[in-house]
Design a protein. Structure first.
Length: 126
């Protein structure tokens, strides 16, 4: 953030005007609306992006898979922590069985990620 920016401009817009500016901002590479407006007002170059729905869908799926992997990783870490606290062999056997289920789930999710990455790679190579 530029600390030399001490002046503000207040501007009132109709909902339609705001929606139009917001749509243009979201179609640009600017992360903040203020950056987009500043670039527009000061005639600085703006880069517009073109959304690819199939890539957006892949990214959404990848985000969901990442969340699931985080949950699986947390469960695994909790199981390992518990392993260190076990006192009886029976508890250890039940942990091993649960670990095998988590391992299979993890490997399945990793395979899904590989497939999604392959889809993205194929799309980008077109």
């Amino acid at each position: 953030m530029n600390s030399n920016r001490t002046r503000t401009i207040g501007l009132r817009l109709t909902p339609e005007e705001y929606a139009k500016i917001e749509a243009r901002w979201k179609a640009s590479t600017c992360r903040k609306l203020s950056d987009y407006v500043r670039h527009s007002l000061l005639d600085k170059p703006l880069t517009a992006t073109f959304r690819n729905q199939s890539i957006d869908d892949c990214l959404t799926e990848m985000s969901l898979l990442r969340t699931e992997l985080n949950h699986i990783g947390n469960n695994f870490n909790q199981a390992v922590k518990r392993l260190h606290m076990l006192n009886q062999i029976a508890e250890f056997r039940s942990w091993l069985m649960a670990y095998e289920v988590e391992k299979i789930t993890l490997f399945n999710k990793v395979d899904e990620i590989k497939k999604q990455v392959q889809k993205i790679a194929e799309k980008w190579l077109q």
